[in-house]
Design a protein around this ligand. Sequence first.
Ligand SMILES: CC(C)(COP(=O)(O)OP(=O)(O)OC[C@H]1O[C@@H](n2cnc3c(N)ncnc32)[C@H](O)[C@@H]1OP(=O)(O)O)[C@@H](O)C(=O)NCCC(=O)NCCS
Length: 357
Amino acid sequence: MTTAQITGWGMAAPPTVLSNHDLEQLTETNDEWITTRSGIKERRISHVPLSDMATVAGHRALAAAGLEPEDIDLLILATCSGDTIIPSAASFVQAKMALTNAAAFDINAACSGWIYGLEHATAMIRSGIKQRVLLIGAERLSHYLDFTDRSTAVLFGDGAGATVLEAADEGGVRSTTTGIDGDAAELLWVPGVGSNTPPGCDLPATSGVRMNGREVFKRAVTMMGEASTKVVADAGWELEDVDLLIPHQANMRIIDATARRLGLDPDKVVTNIHAYGNTSAATIPMALTEAIEAGRVQPGSNIVFAAFGGGLTWAAAALTWGDRVESIGTSDAEFPRTDQTAFDLLAPNIEYFGKGV
Ligand SMILES: CC(C)(COP(=O)(O)OP(=O)(O)OC[C@H]1O[C@@H](n2cnc3c(N)ncnc32)[C@H](O)[C@@H]1OP(=O)(O)O)[C@@H](O)C(=O)NCCC(=O)NCCS
């Protein structure tokens, strides 16, 4: 049976760093609290639009797959922080990358978006409707950071990760699961933007990220564990067959609890949350790219991806890696140079919401 395999990978982390110590100047917090409660040490703040970050990651993934832009027949961009409401962020990326033969759309499943996209890409490839899919997860959540709310402002960052999926005869995506609990949507949301807001209404108190952290935490641990267990069983594996868990990077304690539930040793778990914070739909393709570059993905590795996020969504996938762990080519796609500090880039947020100190 035809299956879908990841044949290209790449990431784009904006160069400007916002450390926990920097945050102490913006909100009532400290490095020790952020580190022990979340595992985050620093995050990146983008000086370019989301579609530019996605474009850099996309070019790198295409080069790794040895493909040209015109080879792609579908672009799926997982994001909840696109450049504009209309058109999709995928529309801008299609143009910037010159994906001249591709259809393109966004998926908004928040932090679960890349795995939602993986499920759709797999179905498209298995059915023969599409042959080569560029699947990008990208977020610019810094736009929604409100430093008067220290419980959310310290958690999120910007970044993009991209993957190419192509048809293969064996291995590849073995099982996926996706779900949502819309009744709990208001536990994690960005209210005050969108068509349910009166035209011209601009209420500072209602357009940052709002979250009931404790409740989201509990549900994330439960659902990431359940979803992972399901895809392992559906793949016909035992838990000991799993070589790597690449989880959504929201909180180190959520990741540790999920790994414990699955009985996985920490050395089988990929984490980079300390460096980037929660980049929502981008965390998994970024972590995958770093894992490949660090030699942690081997030919034939059995990998589980698991995520949880706004919606409230959850998702997991089981995949057996192919033979190739080296990139075919490299891309010279790069961010434009900037001298702006994170404080410069966040000045509009501070003007709009105010400081929390
Ligand atoms: C947000 C989160 C880190 C908070 O950790 P927690 O252990 O639940 O902390 P609490 O919310 O119970 O707050 C504990 C105390 O720390 C304080 N606090 C909150 N944010 C703080 C910060 N940035 N710095 C210092 N203190 C902070 C709270 O005010 C509270 O103080 P109090 O006891 O005096 O009232 C945690 O709930 C979490 O990670 N939740 C899931 C978030 C997530 O991953 N969301 C995305 C899913 S995709």
